[in-house]
Each structure stands twice: as structure tokens, then as C-alpha cells.
Design a binder for this molecule. Structure first.
Ligand code: F6R
Length: 361
């Protein structure tokens, strides 16, 4: 049942405020400015003993994990990184007893992620799951974890589940932060930021008509560049993946700082750039990157917290707490991919060559 929408992708993009509301529900503890994650199965002593966090997932879930790793570093100050689950399992990794491993999967059935979990368990590691489908294989094989509560996602291309997974990581970061060094004041600040998300998501979705017009004006591009720095970089990666999956337009994602080390050679009027430019400490650096692109006559669509005079077009999203900004920056780019695909007449819910869950190697 598409509930009045023409595609599941559109329905699922439109449902994100309620979905985020669901992942927060019943978990926030205002008295201690923290969150309770019932299924984590990791007591405070064990959590304090964690020296590193390694997040494993594929595709969109890997991108959500990249943002999750940054949130954990920023909020909980625990070294964290994300890696594609398949790469991890084939490189004969050193499994470290002081590292907490986190497997991320919407379906909970992705074979590469499941195999990584099984290998880790064989070697005695502690593995948590951040999973959407309740009772799925990865949910069962992990030692504990948290459900993403995005509700069923039918479209092959993941949207609301990505957003909810990132919010789930913010909860995990807050929980780990508050049993370590994060102050009450910072805990409260993050909680207030999380509570603002649903209405801010709806604010972005109300801009859909304008995003659709922008999408139509970029849909003739043969190739597009996506750039961002630090918090903006995984957002750029995910937006690039979304665009190629659903519109079949070739797209590349790079850290903005890497442009001058090679990809700048591609910039010309026929290769537009989507620049993720939030109001954070890297704003000036990102402005400089936009200048370099303009100097090569590249078109720029900037996504950030203000209009950017250097860009040809800007999409403005509401500001939240800096640590949480990636959540909202990704949402207009889902709409951009959707409307680009729509204007090109693509099979949006079932892109060619793709399946919803990849249960083979
Ligand atoms: C992209 C997409 C895929 C999945 C990937 C992992 O829109 O849907 O990249 O994210 O196949 O799937 P899960 O999260 O089910 O493990």
C-alpha cells in the first residue's frame, strides 16, 4: 500500500519524521540527560572498557556507519571507524578484544555482514547489531544491539532506514558518552537536538517542489561530483550512491580536500558538483573548494545552512547541533536523486541490476 504516493521511495522519504520519532520513543531519559538502550547487553563497566569501535556494513548501511563512527568519536570520544563488511572479512583482520564491533544492516540478512559477524564471534569478539528487521539473521547472531525502528522499507533504494540508522548511532554515541566523559549539559544539548529532528525533517520535505525543479535542471548531466568534508563527506558518498542507483547517472564522491589531488581535472561545465557545505568549522575551507570549482567553470549546487553566493543554486536545511547535522543534510539529496530519476523515467522502486537484500557473496 503506497498510501497515495506513486512509488515506495517517495512514500518512504515522506515518512521520515514519524520514523525518527519512533527510533527516539521510550529511549530518552531527561533526568540523567542520557538514553536507555534495553537490548544493548553491555553493562556500564564493559562499556567503559571499550577502547575502539569498528563499524561494519555494506552500501548505504556502510555510509550510515561512517557517520555513526564520527558521532561516536565526537560525542563519546572513543576512537571509531567504519569499513565495508566484505573488505573487513577478506583482509584477515586482527580481532582485538578491547574493540567493540558493530554490524549495521537494514535487512539483517546481507551475507557479507553476516559472515563478518560470524568470523568475529569465532574469534571471541563482542559484536553489536544496528538492524532494522526484527529477528533477522544478523539480529540473532549478534550479542545485543539496537533496533532502528524505521518500519518496513520496500523500495530497493534505502532512504528512511539510512536516516533512522544514523539517529540510532547518535543514541549509541550519547549513551556511551554519558557513562564516560560527556557532561550533563552536552547530553541535554544532544537530546534537545534529537527532539528537533522530526519537525526539521518536515520543514525540508516542504521544499520538495523546488528540489524537483533543481533536479530537472541537473538531470541532463552525464556525470556528477559530490564533495564534503568530515561530517559532510559520508553525506556526499551516500548522495552519490543514491543518485547512481536510481537515476543511473554516473557520480563520484570525494572529500573536498582531495579535489586538488586529482579529480579537479574532471571539473568543467558538463560536470556539476553537489557541495555539502554546513555551517561548521570547515565553512571557509569549503568556500575555497567552491571557488576552485567556479574557476574551472563548474556548476555548483550547495547544500548547507545558508544560501551560498558562490554556488549556482543552494538548498538550505535547518541547523541542528553540529554533531547531528549530517542527518538533515542527507534528506534533500534523497529528494534530488528521486526527482532526477523521475524526470528520466527510471524504474524507481526497482532499479536495474539491484536487489533489496544481497544474501549471496
Ligand atoms: C542502497 C542500498 C544498498 C544496501 C546494502 C546493504 O540504497 O539499499 O546499498 O544498503 O545492500 O543492505 P542492508 O542494510 O540490508 O545490509
Amino acid at each position: 500500500d503506497m498510501g497515495g504516493h506513486d512509488t515506495y521511495m517517495h512514500k518512504e522519504i515522506s515518512e521520515q519524521a514519524e520514523a525518527v520519532d519512533r527510533v527516539l520513543r521510550g529511549r530518552i531519559d531527561d533526568r540523567f540527560s542520557t538514553v536507555h538502550l534495553g537490548g544493548l547487553n553491555l553493562d556500564a563497566r564493559e562499556a567503559r572498557g571499550v577502547r575502539r569501535i569498528k563499524i561494519l556494513g555494506c552500501g548505504t548501511s556502510y555510509h550510515a556507519g561512517m557517520i555513526g563512527a564520527q558521532m561516536i568519536e565526537e560525542i563519546a570520544r572513543i576512537p571509531a571507524d567504519a569499513e565495508p563488511a566484505s573488505e573487513f572479512r577478506y583482509r584477515d583482520p586482527v580481532v582485538d578484544p578491547d574493540t567493540l564491533y558493530v554490524a549495521v544492516s537494514q535487512s539483517g540478512e546481507t551475507y557479507d555482514v553476516l559472515a563478518a559477524v560470524q568470523e568475529l564471534k569465532r574469534k571471541g569478539a563482542r559484536v553489536l547489531g544496528v538492524v532494522n528487521v526484527v529477528g533477522s539473521a544478523i539480529a540473532r547472531e549478534t550479542d545485543g544491539g539496537l533496533y532502528v525502528h524505521a518500519g518496513p522499507e520496500v523500495c530497493v533504494v534505502s532512504t528512511k532506514c539510512f536516516t533512522n540508522t544514523v539517529v540510532a548511532f547518535a543514541l549509541l554515541a550519547l549513551h556511551l558518552g554519558r557513562i564516560r566523559d560527556l557532561s550533563v549539559a552536552d547530553g541535554k544539548r544532544i537530546i534537545e537536538g534529537l527532539r528537533r529532528l522530526p519537525s526539521q525533517i518536515d520543514e525540508i520535505l516542504r521544499d520538495e517542489e523546488r528540489i524537483a525543479e533543481l533536479a530537472a535542471s541537473y538531470a541532463q548531466a552525464k556525470s556528477m561530483m559530490f564533495i564534503g568534508r568530515v561530517r559532510g563527506y559520508p553525506v556526499a558518498r551516500e548522495a552519490s550512491l543514491k543518485l547512481k542507483e536510481v537515476s543511473y547517472i554516473h557520480a563520484e564522491a570525494y572529500p573536498a580536500s582531495e579535489l586538488k589531488h586529482g579529480p579537479l581535472a574532471l571539473i568543467e561545465p558538463a560536470m556539476p558538483t553537489v557541495a555539502i557545505v554546513p555551517d561548521d568549522d570547515l565553512l571557509e575551507k569549503n568556500r575555497a573548494a567552491m571557488e576552485e570549482i567556479k574557476a574551472r567553470a563548474g556548476r555548483i549546487l550547495a547544500v548547507g545552512h545558508r544560501e551560498h553566493p558562490k554556488a549556482d543554486h543552494s538548498i538550505v536545511v535547518p541547523k541542528n547541533e553540529t554533531e547531528l547535522d549530517p542527518i538533515l543534510l542527507g534528506i534533500p539529496l534523497q529528494l534530488l536523486a528521486y526527482h532526477t530519476a523521475l524526470s528520466l523515467g527510471r524504474d524507481i522502486d526497482k532499479p536495474r541490476n539491484l536487489a533489496k537484500s544481497v544474501t549471496v557473496e
